[in-house]
Design a protein around this ligand. Structure first.
Ligand code: NAD
Length: 395
């Protein structure tokens, strides 16, 4: 009798089981992490759920992170850092935060003495990430820094140094490393399930019509590339499991000069990988696009929309990806909390944030000079799919 072909449902169950998305799946990891790290939840000497303080209560902290912290299993919201009195009162009431856990930018450093706060999550405009991440590390707190990690390569290196010197953990807010469709794209690419990856085509754009810090180069470091194009760089790199050796870029036309007098309106670029294959990218603040498409030797896959907080959809040359949408931010913060509680590996490492800063700096250099720019991204601590699978199974 011929072997029965696994049904789509079996495929889905197997994949979800592998990345820990089925009820019992948290216990189905191969055990590599538990043995390697030699600890379990009881390894957390304080035996308490780590507390997180959010720094910067703007759109992302208010709309995504605080609500996600109501769903986390391994960490909780215990503090806030803000200079807006109205927000203090509202957040204290809504999230039951005591007055002594509310800080402003001036008394921020005294957070060192607060035992309720173990993790500081920096959700400020990009140019402020380095200062507050370094102050958090010096206060002896673990750090999650939003993307892009900083506005310069030197600042990203300074954050990593400060976290190392103060013996605290560091991660960048790359939520899609905990998202089933992206984990599947990583798996398809890195395990060469459909053969070698031949090329990736990625775009992330939206229309930005109002002046804000995002359009100020000093505050943002750059335009759509730094804000959303970074997701397409991430997507291409984790699909291949390689980092680019060369970039080539050009700026798009400026059709709204009244808005785009400081940062680019749009930019397109090509990344060249060590095996000679390429990925093509587009990102803009004057257009709408949201996809990650890959062609391999024996098939293709596509996520569209690819980078939203929910409602992601994926399909392959074999049919639809039947995968759940999850609370990406809750899983991301739980994974970081587990790295503190159980010493599990960090997936979105500081080195990954630094790599992306190096790539983006090279992209701007290429667009400015009109020439390809070589990249030498060796010796960075950037986990591959195998570790993603292990860690996601534990969340
Ligand atoms: P926002 O403008 O909505 O909020 C910024 C916050 O910073 C506000 O609370 C504001 O009061 C505070 N702030 C302090 N000093 C400021 C200054 N000089 N100018 C402006 N604001 C100042 O921004 P946001 O959308 O919440 O983004 C914050 C960070 O989070 C950015 O680094 C952004 O890239 C990142 N982000 C990440 C995601 C993600 O999916 N991972 C999504 C959105 C934003």
């Amino acid at each position: 009798m011929r072997n029965k072909k696994p049904s789509k449902d079996t495929d889905r169950r197997t994949f979800l089981k592998n990345i820990g998305m089925l009820s019992a799946a948290g216990f189905l990891g191969t055990g590599i992490l538990n043995t390697a790290c030699g600890t379990n939840t009881s390894g957390n000497t304080n035996n308490k759920v780590p507390g997180i303080a959010l720094v910067g209560l703007g759109g992302y902290a208010t709309g995504q992170l605080a609500p996600a912290l109501q769903e986390t299993k391994h960490c909780k919201l215990t503090g806030i850092v803000t200079v807006t009195p109205a927000k203090e009162k509202e957040w204290m009431k809504k999230y039951n935060i005591p007055r002594e856990n509310v800080y402003n930018y001036d008394n921020f450093d005294s957070i060192a003495d607060n035992k309720d706060i173990d993790i500081i999550y920096i959700v400020l405009p990009n140019s402020m990430h380095a200062e507050y991440s370094i102050r958090a590390a010096k206060a002896g707190k673990h750090v999650i820094c939003e993307k892009p990690m900083t506005t310069t390569v030197e600042d990203a290196q300074a954050i990593i140094r400060a976290c190392n010197e103060n013996n605290v953990k560091l991660s960048v807010g790359y939520r899609l490393h905990f998202e089933p469709h992206h984990l599947r794209a990583m798996e398809l690419g890195q395990t060469e399930e459909m053969g070698k990856v031949l090329n990736t085509d990625a775009a992330f754009s939206f229309v930005l019509n109002n002046k804000s810090w995002r359009l100020d180069k000093e505050m943002a470091g750059g335009g759509p590339l730094m804000d959303i194009g970074i997701y397409t760089i991430q997507g291409a790199c984790y699909t291949k499991g390689q980092w680019p050796v060369e970039v080539e870029a050009r700026y798009g036309e400026v059709t709204k000069p009244e808005l785009f007098d400081s940062v680019e309106q749009s930019i397109s670029f090509t990344l060249k990988f060590p095996d000679g294959t390429t990925s093509k990218h587009n990102t803009s603040y004057a257009d709408n696009a949201n996809y990650l498409k890959t062609t391999a030797e024996n098939g293709w896959w596509e996520l569209n929309p690819a980078y939203s907080y929910g409602h992601l959809r994926g399909k392959t040359s074999n049919g639809q990806m039947d995968l759940p949408n999850v609370n990406q931010q809750a899983r991301q913060m739980d994974a970081f909390a587990l790295s503190i509680i159980r010493d599990t590996p960090i997936l979105a490492t500081g080195d990954m944030g630094l790599r992306d800063m190096m790539i983006m700096e090279a992209i701007y250099q290429s667009a400015d000079t009109g020439k390809p720019v070589p990249l030498h991204l060796n010796g960075l601590d950037i986990p591959q799919f195998r570790l993603h699978k292990e860690v996601n199974a534990l969340i």
